[in-house]
Design a protein around this ligand. Structure first.
Ligand code: GDP
Length: 191
């Protein structure tokens, strides 16, 4: 049985005034475009197609809120590092992320990183954004594409780079590696 039986789309926000009420607890998900964020959200919530809502035209550049259970939300941030994002759309970013950062309910951030690519300089801004007391957890995604040896190296490299700033784990939406571990982290933060 899914741990998030009643998960559903709540709202999309183009501006902080459209954010839902700042009560309860929420965890944000971020990642470079194509890193596997949508697949990770679907696997963790066990709702195929849930995150597709965030990819529908008009919503890809918005902050999308899903309710996992009463007063507990998942916040899907727009993918970054995508050259085609228009400058006009990028301008809203600081305002949105700044407002999100100040929400009482925000507990932490999941960062989805393609394991073959590893953590890059482009991801660093996120770690700075999510400063204590926010927690950060990195999903090294698509690890089904790696050999066991490669996966071990990826984990070690990520841990060195993170240097205690965040926890990290291997993850695959495709073969289910690390899904339970990620669910445990998420529910732990939200409780
Ligand atoms: P997003 O842009 O970060 O939301 O990424 P998506 O979830 O849409 O995934 C981008 C691409 O990576 C798609 O072609 C997915 O099928 C693929 N993908 C996502 N997760 C996995 C995974 O765990 N394993 C493999 N092999 N491919 C994946």
């Amino acid at each position: 049985m899914s741990r998030f039986d009643d998960v559903h789309f709540l709202t999309s926000a183009a501006a902080p005034t459209q954010f839902p009420a700042d009560v309860g607890a929420e965890v944000a998900f971020a990642g470079r475009s194509n890193a596997g964020k949508s697949s990770a959200i679907n696997a963790i919530t066990q709702r195929k197609g849930l995150a597709r809502i965030s990819k529908t035209p008009g919503r890809t550049r918005l902050v999308n809120f899903f309710e996992l259970m009463p007063m507990k939300r998942l916040v899907d941030l727009p993918g970054y590092g995508y050259a085609k994002v228009r400058a006009a759309e990028r301008e809203h970013w600081p305002e949105l992320t700044e407002a999100l950062q100040h929400r009482q309910s925000l507990r932490g951030l999941f960062v989805i990183v393609d394991a073959r690519r590893g953590i890059t300089a482009g991801d660093e801004g996120l770690f700075q954004w999510a400063q204590a007391p926010l927690k950060v957890h990195v999903l090294l995604s698509k690890c089904d594409k790696l050999t066991r040896n490669e996966a071990g190296t990826v984990m070690r490299t990520a841990s060195q780079r993170l240097h205690g700033r965040a926890s990290a784990q291997l993850f695959s939406a495709q073969d289910g590696t690390g899904v339970k571990e990620a669910q445990d982290v998420l529910t732990g933060w939200l409780s």
